[in-house]
Design a protein around this ligand. Sequence first.
Ligand code: COA
Length: 210
Amino acid sequence: MLHFLIWLAWLFLVYIHPKEYCLPSHRPQRLLGPCTLISQRLGSVFFLSLSLLIAKLLFDELRPDHHQRVVKLLNHLSYIEDLPASFLSSVSQDLMAESWNHCYRCVGIYNDEIICYGVALFELKARGGRCCHIEDIVVDPSYQRLGVGRQLIKHLVQIAESFSCYKVQLVTGPNTIPFYESCGFAVNGVEMRLLNSKYNSTQLAQPLSA
Ligand SMILES: CC(C)(COP(=O)(O)OP(=O)(O)OC[C@H]1O[C@@H](n2cnc3c(N)ncnc32)[C@H](O)[C@@H]1OP(=O)(O)O)[C@@H](O)C(=O)NCCC(=O)NCCS
């Protein structure tokens, strides 16, 4: 029902009240030929259908058979050269051995394909209570700006709530502040880090069992 209403609202914005609300690419232009107009309309319909289908995104815990795809996806967050298969399988074993109480690695699956990934870490505080840290949020570029990232964050926040976390926090760069603000987060403090100079980017991912 909600989707139908969104669809009606979109039709209103695109066809009836185009001047004020539509994106420039959706505004009717007098000099456009019929083919361009039709392709614009089809583009809108395609975009809409995709957004509606995205609602069927399923979330699941990371499994060994997801691992390779997730490693590829993470290259859209920070790039690491191709890692050897034996190394990855060792990392995979370490990941699977980690307790759910500490960490939830989440894949978002759409049409049998993993299109997003994110991690929630649960920290038990010395004075009681639990805090959730969100890490490694990434959406496949061909599915970005369709609400997938927001659904992923919403899901992780719900998991944090089910673990009775009193807060959820994360570190991000200036470009993604609007995204997290749209998910209800607010800027708080600054990030500081100390990188261990002994490790390069690939070594940083050394598995515990190595
Ligand atoms: C950041 C990222 C996760 C957002 O995922 P997404 O699925 O594209 O985001 P959504 O479609 O759910 O966006 C929700 C809202 O966030 C805001 N937003 C998302 N991406 C934005 C961007 N690049 N610039 C400004 N606002 C943005 C918008 O308000 C958007 O709503 P709108 O499209 O209706 O305007 C995705 O772009 C990504 O994977 N980037 C590369 C990896 C990365 O930077 N991860 C974050 C690490 S901390």
